[in-house]
Design a binder for this molecule. Structure first.
Ligand SMILES: [Zn+2]
Length: 119
């Protein structure tokens, strides 16, 4: 059996949670500071009429993020098509070119990673 790609992550900072052995309540935060920040954020959100999982993001940031995701999705489809065509025609698939294409499309998304405050 293969390992799952997505491991549990901290509900505040997004860091991977340490492996949890045995029974008991599932861990949600990586440390007490994250638990406290999440609590403060929930209270602040509620005071503005937002649900616990709702965020405020500027329209510009959202549109930029969607644009980069669209670009990455298009690059993935192109790469899949190219690799499939190479396989069908008996050519050696150019994985290096495929990787560079995907990498170039994914790099702009790096700027969207925001380290949560208070960790
Ligand atoms: Zn954390």
């Amino acid at each position: 059996m293969t390992k799952p790609l997505l491991r549990p992550r901290c509900g505040w900072c997004g860091r991977e949670l340490p492996q949890q052995g045995g029974a008991g309540r599932r861990r949600i935060y990586c440390k007490q500071g994250c638990r406290q920040q999440a609590h403060i954020a929930r209270k602040l959100a509620a005071s503005h009429g937002l649900g616990p999982d709702e965020l405020i993001i500027s329209r510009r940031d959202l549109e930029e993020l969607q644009g980069h995701l669209y670009g990455l999705q298009a690059a993935l489809e192109d790469v899949e098509d190219d690799l499939e065509q190479a396989r069908r025609s008996g050519r050696e698939p150019d994985y290096r070119e495929a990787f560079e294409w995907l990498r170039a499309s994914a790099v702009p998304l790096r700027s969207f990673w925001v380290e949560p405050k208070g960790t």
